[in-house]
Design a protein around this ligand. Structure first.
Ligand code: NAP
Length: 296
C-alpha cells in the first residue's frame, strides 16, 4: 500500500476506510468492527474516515469502544473526523432545524466530543464537513489555527468545498488547509472538469474521494460502463469495485479514495485496486462510458 504525505508530519495510506455506514451494519459488535479494522490494517490501510454526525453522532463512540479496549491500535491508525453539521438527532435532538455551525464554540465543543468519544488525545485531521454559508472565516480560521497549536488536531482541512470556499477560509487562517474531501467517482465525474480537482492539483493538495463506488451504484447494473468495468476486471481477476477505485488512483491529482463497504470479505479485497493498471486510453474508455459519449 502506497503511503502519501499530507503535511510535514502527517502520512496517510493511499486507500482510506470510511466509517459512515459502520453503525448501519447488522453486526455492530466490538469484535466484528475490530475485525474490519484489522482487515484494513493487514492491507496497509491505516487511515480511517469518521465524522461526528456518522451514525446519528454514534459512530465515533463505536470506534472509541475498540480503541479503549486496545490502546495499541491508536498508534497504528490515522483518524480523520469532521464537524459543523448540526442535525436534530442524537446529542442535537433538540436542534430546531438542520444547519451548519462553524462558530468557535461549536467547533471546540465538537472536537472535545470527538476526542472523548473515540478515546484519543489527538485527531490526525479535522475537516469542516460542509461549506457553511454563514461562515465568519476569521472566526473559523482562528479556531482551526488554535486547535492545531494546542495539539488537539494534527492538521485541518475541508469537505465538499468549492475552490472559492477553500480560498475564503484559507485567507482567514495561518495553518495550511491540507485536503478537500469531495465526491469523485465514475458515477460523479464533474469534479474532473468543474475546477475542483484542477484547483487542488495546481496547489499539490491531494483530494480525498468519497463514495468512490457511487455508494454501490457502480457495482449493480448492466450499462456500457458496467460491461467495460467487467472487461477490465476480468483481465485482472478482480471485481468492479477494484476497477472503479483504480480509475481514481490513476489520476495525476493523487486522489485518496475512501471505501465504505461494511462487508468483511469485500474489505479484505480493497487492495485489489492497486493491481489494476489504468493507462490513458483505458482511463478515457471508462471516462467516456461514464460520460455517455466520446469526448469532443
Ligand atoms: N465528506 C462527506 O460529505 C462524505 C459523504 C459520504 C461519504 N463520505 C465518506 O466516504 C466513505 C465512503 O462512502 P460510501 O460508503 O458511500 O462509499 P462507496 O464505497 O462508494 O459505497 C459503499 C457501498 O457500496 C456497497 N457495495 C455494494 N457492492 C460492493 C462491492 N462489490 N464492493 C464494495 N462495496 C459494495 C456497500 O455495501 P456493503 O456494505 O454491503 O459492501 C456500501 O453500501 C464513507 O464511509 C465516509 O467516510 C464522506
Amino acid at each position: 500500500m502506497d503511503r502519501v504525505q499530507i503535511s510535514d508530519d502527517l502520512n496517510f495510506s493511499r486507500l482510506v476506510y470510511g466509517m459512515w455506514r459502520i453503525g448501519d451494519d447488522t453486526n455492530t459488535s466490538v469484535g466484528y468492527v475490530k475485525a474490519k479494522i484489522h482487515a484494513c490494517l493487514d492491507q496497509g490501510i491505516t487511515t480511517f474516515d469518521q465524522a461526528d454526525i456518522y451514525g446519528g453522532y454514534n459512530a465515533e463512540s463505536l470506534l472509541g469502544e475498540i480503541l479503549k479496549a486496545d490502546h495499541g491500535l491508536i498508534g497504528k491508525m490515522e483518524i480523520v473526523t469532521k464537524c459543523d453539521i448540526v442535525a436534530p438527532v442524537g446529542r442535537y435532538a433538540d436542534a430546531p432545524i438542520k444547519y451548519y455551525d462553524t462558530s468557535r464554540a461549536h467547533i471546540e465543543k465538537s472536537v472535545e466530543n470527538s476526542l472523548r468519544d473515540m478515546a484519543i488525545e489527538q485527531i490526525d485531521l479535522l475537516l469542516i464537513h460542509r461549506p457553511d454559508p454563514f461562515m465568519d472565516h476569521y472566526e473559523t480560521g482562528a479556531v482551526l489555527d488554535d486547535l492545531v497549536a494546542s495539539g488537539k488536531v494534527r492538521g485541518v482541512g475541508v469537505s465538499n468545498f468549492r475552490p472559492w470556499d477553500w480560498k475564503l477560509l484559507q485567507s482567514g487562517m495561518k495553518s495550511q488547509l491540507l485536503t478537500n474531501q469531495i465526491e469523485i467517482s465514475l458515477a460523479e465525474i464533474t469534479p474532473f472538469t468543474n475546477g475542483d480537482i484542477t484547483f487542488h492539483q495546481q496547489h499539490n493538495q491531494r483530494p480525498m474521494a468519497w463514495s468512490p463506488l457511487g455508494g454501490g451504484n457502480l457495482i449493480l447494473g448492466d450499462s456500457n460502463l458496467h460491461k467495460l468495468m467487467d472487461e477490465i476486471a476480468g483481465a485482472y481477476n478482480v471485481d468492479r469495485a477494484a476497477v472503479a477505485v483504480a480509475f481514481l488512483l490513476a489520476h495525476p491529482a493523487g486522489i485518496l479514495p475512501i471505501l465504505g463497504t461494511n462487508n468483511l470479505e469485500r474489505i479484505k479485497k480493497i487492495n485489489d485496486a492497486n493491481r489494476v493498471e489504468i493507462d490513458r486510453v483505458i482511463w478515457f474508455r471508462l471516462y467516456e462510458a461514464a460520460l455517455g459519449h466520446e469526448v469532443a
